[in-house]
Ligand binder design. Structure first.
Ligand SMILES: [Zn+2]
Ligand SMILES: [Zn+2]
Length: 599
């Protein structure tokens, strides 16, 4: 069954954070003579709240202690939050010295905007919330009194500049960010996750582990992968490729440039030309760098001859490097790049096969997420809404939506339904995985498409001997190699499972006389399929071990006189655990068992 998604707006945390924003605004205002602090907006946000101020001087983090102290006093007094609905005139009178509030009241009064300046469908009532001496223009909701904010579960985090109404032509205000939780333990856990997220930042770790670089000479958004980084890509893609093959998918390859006309036919030109790089024109024919595979795969389907229903489903996969024009300001490490490699797949099937194909994709995705140790994920099922952007074929929609629901129910996948979130061409399911820090990453997707196959003239001869248009499923497992790499670097903090580690074992000879034996063992390990390296540098053993540990290499094999004589290796794990000396054969057996277990 579909789960009701709990709305953050209805939660106690939301009320606590919203209330903390008011309490902070009071505390900040009191730092200045009456009327000198101008308050703008202060909504709750994910993990906390902020408030925008226009103040006689710049706040610094040094002010935080005093502000927090005053907030605790207000909390301790247990002031009630009292709501009052008022007329626009009353509101203007109350805030006559607060120009930002006056502008917001104007917006509320005319209709169309809420007290944070966000667009609204209907004209709202105007209301105040008052606690102690502080009144804010606000719809709520709030906790009943300030005492419900735990005095040891909030913290001011940072100050940033923010233009009034997000418009750079307006005055820049001071935005103070805070976080608030229900208990001190929750706050401590949040602060730990923040710290950990900084340490795990894939841009930082990518550099430390020597996986990839960006260069101004090549241009923004095009990562350059080192031998180690490419090995990681290769392992990631090879793994998915093997799983796909096992599930009956076939791999194809369709190049990097495509005639622009194909995108005009498919409708992509119309909808996505802003993410395409400009055309390359040769003898009056315009070509584009490929921004998506769908039209190429459909063309290939058509070129392969007339299809019978007996051949369906046909499943084409491609690890295709695509090029998308992302504004340079929006590029972010590997998470957002201009050259991206999708593990893209297009399934051509009959309408009756939607449920079984969706189930197949579902199981494949679950197997892959499990291998990457994402045990906490859920599915957003995006359905057609009321609005007119959806292709008007209600019967097809109903059938497809029912097929997707049935597959999710039968496979006990936790999901929630998002009405009106579907693409214009059909319903879709997106997998949202939580990493070890509880952060959500949208990874896999399965989309049903009723439109594109008809546009590109795809067909098959049905059991009735008549021509039909196949349904197309667009499916990605890890999404793109680049973004997924960013995700797993942060998820594993760079300590990849053994099967995925670019270097699985480093051999550390203690002295020069042990190098020969190290080389010999390395050759043996490589012959057995292990990725092993010898550190024959001049550093001392301790330094070599520390370096290998910093590189998060799963196994360090130290060898001195004793080991060389015995034909053994002294094994250390990256966790610091010391397994002592074991024979090379035993070591191999152990690692192979680890890998088979998915370790
Ligand atoms: Zn409020
Ligand atoms: Zn597609």
């Amino acid at each position: 069954m579909a789960k009701q998604q709990d709305k953050y707006e209805d939660s106690q945390l939301y009320k606590i954070r919203h209330s903390a924003a008011h309490v902070m605004a009071q505390a900040v205002s009191e730092l200045f003579p009456a009327g000198e602090a101008k308050v703008a907006i202060g909504p709750p946000i994910e993990d906390g709240f902020y408030y925008d101020f226009d103040l006689p001087r710049a706040l610094t983090p040094d002010d935080f202690l005093a502000i927090e102290q005053r907030m605790r006093e207000i909390i301790a007094s247990g002031f009630e939050f009292q709501k009052r609905v008022v007329s626009a005139d009353e509101a203007k009178q109350e805030f006559k010295d607060q120009p930002y509030k006056l502008e917001l009241i104007e917006g509320l009064d005319k209709g169309g905007f809420d007290e944070n300046g966000e667009p609204l469908k209907e004209k709202p009532e105007i209301s105040f919330y008052t606690h102690d001496s502080f009144t804010d223009l606000c719809r709520g909701p709030h906790v009943a009194n300030t005492g419900e904010i735990a005095p040891d579960a909030f913290k001011l985090m940072s100050i940033a500049g923010a233009y009034w109404r997000g418009d750079e032509h307006n005055k820049q205000l001071q935005r103070v960010y805070g976080t608030a939780w229900e208990s001190a333990e929750q706050l401590a856990d949040y602060l730990w996750r923040q710290e950990e997220a900084k340490k795990r930042d894939h841009r930082k770790l990518g550099k430390e582990l020597g996986l990839f670089h960006f260069s101004e000479d090549v241009g923004p958004g095009v990562p350059l992968f080192t031998p180690k980084g490419e090995m990681l890509r290769h392992l990631m893609e090879g793994y998915v490729r093997d799983v796909q093959t096992r599930y009956g998918y076939q791999h194809v390859w369709t190049g990097h440039i495509v005639k622009e006309d194909l995108y005009k036919k498919s409708g992509h030109y119309e909808n996505y030309s802003d993410v395409m790089f400009p055309p390359m024109v040769d003898e009056d024919v315009a070509f584009r760098l490929k921004p998506m595979n769908c039209p190429s795969h459909m063309t290939l389907y058509n070129e392969m001859g007339l299809h019978s229903y007996r051949e369906l489903p046909m499943r084409f996969c491609e690890f295709a490097t695509l090029y998308r024009y992302e504004k340079s300001g929006e590029l972010s490490g590997l998470a957002r790049v201009r050259s991206l490699t999708q593990d893209d797949c297009h399934v051509f099937c009959t309408p009756e096969q939607i449920e079984s194909e969706f189930t197949l994709a579902l199981n494949l995705i679950r197997e892959v997420l499990d291998r990457y140790r994402f045990s906490d994920y859920s599915v957003r099922l995006s359905l057609r809404g009321e609005e007119g952007k959806y292709v008007n074929d209600p019967e097809k929609w109903d059938r497809a939506e029912a097929a997707l629901r049935a597959a999710l129910d039968k496979n006990n996948v936790e999901y929630w339904e998002a009405e009106g979130e579907a693409a214009f061409y059909g319903p879709k399911a997106d997998f949202i995985a939580r990493d070890v820090l509880g952060r959500e990453w949208q990874l896999s997707t399965i989309q049903v498409d009723f439109i594109q196959p008809a546009r590109l003239g795809c067909s098959y001869i049905g059991e009735d001997n008549k021509e039909h248009t196949p349904v197309l499923l667009h499916r990605a497992v890890t999404g793109t190699t680049e973004r997924f790499m960013a995700t797993i670097i942060e998820h594993f903090a760079g300590a990849f499972p053994v099967w995925l580690a670019p270097v699985q074992a480093v051999l550390i000879p203690i002295a020069d006389r042990h190098v020969e034996f190290a080389n010999q063992v390395a050759a043996e390990l490589k012959a057995a399929g292990l990725r092993a390296e010898v550190d024959a540098g001049s550093d001392r053993m301790g330094a070599k071990i520390r370096y290998a540990q910093s590189q998060k290499v799963p196994y360090m094999l130290v060898m001195g006189d004793k080991e060389t004589e015995a034909g053994a290796v002294a094994v250390r794990l990256r966790s610091g655990e010391d397994l002592g000396a074991i024979s090379v054969a035993d070591f191999l057996a152990r690692t192979q068992a680890d890998i088979a277990q998915g370790d």
